[in-house]
Write a protein that binds this ligand. Sequence first.
Ligand SMILES: [Zn+2]
Length: 405
Amino acid sequence: MPLRPNRPLPLATPAGVEVLTRILTQGPIPRVEIARRTRLSQAAVTKAVAPLIEAGFVTDQPVAVPADEAAEGRAELGIGRPVSPLTVVADSISVIGLKVTPTDLIGVTTDFRAGIRAVRHQPLTDTSAEAVLARLADLATELIGTLDDPTDPAGPLIGIGVAVSGDVDARHGVVRDSPFMGWRDVPVASLLAEKLQMPVVVSNDVRALTVAEHWFGVGVDADSFAVVTIGSGVGCGLYINGEVVSGAHGVSGELGHLPLAPGDLVCTCGRRGCVETVASSDAILARVRETTGRPELDLSGAIELAHSGDEHAREAFDRAGEVIGSALAAMVNLVGPELVVIAGEGVADYDLYDQRMRQAFGEHAFGAAGDCRLMLRSHTFDDWARGAAATVIRSYVRGEPPFHR
Ligand SMILES: [Zn+2]
């Protein structure tokens, strides 16, 4: 099946990008409100929007006006223009997001607003970069097939996002070091783009989740926030001063590798004393197995044991909660976000370390930094893949590589 052609955005100026970003992330939104928030003139907003409407990316959302108000003409504003907020045409484009884990590949297709349309999961047996790239290409091809449903037509596919844990050079699309996958210097974007003849954006998975929260989640209304993920790793994405923090060298927010744990355990990264050595799900499981003398336990067994009140199992989760709380306090003391979103697969069993985590956080958060809200969001693996799609949408709107204008 031939790939659909890319669909370029008619955006020529930074103002156009700003206006489309507002409509995409804050819409439906009236022109006058865009002008107020961007400090552009209403004429400039109208000028920026016109080509987007013409090309079918943006539309005036019809507003139902009560009959009596319409009769009296009260639905008209003083400027003589009906209140018709602008919204993006969700199905004007499609995007694919892929999340790589050592055991599974998760793929989604989304619309322009990062709304998930189709989901596919594939178990992974071989984690070598070569094998995974071949499977990613298969999964993407399968997802491309779902876009052709005549009963539910999707927009043209504009690009593919891939989210991988570890040190990822997003600018060049290279996974520099992913301890979970055992990858070093894998040029995922160029290899996959060649296979699929599509623009590919590769990101650190937690940063991709942060981009999704920034544009399509809790971050829309927050000036600064952090996304902390708890599960097979402990990660952190930061949104500060209007931007998702990438780090000058591509690394930032590595909460899981802060040296806050006892120094005798070796981390997946090879260092000692990292938060993940006691707080990752593998670390918790290892601790429960060791202290209960039950090497056959799996994670759900360990969770069950802790819920049943087993002292040893509880201790492993308490220890994790304490270190996560200290790490949260360290991050909040440094950055001072107004909101911390705690997400990831470990959140389902949050009750097991909630108390100790909050206690340690309270003990170590300095002054008003501790006033930041801690919000729980139960993310699924589909949300990680959606994050990868969000990174594509952001690069597409901004005209950042691989989307040149
Ligand atoms: Zn580490």
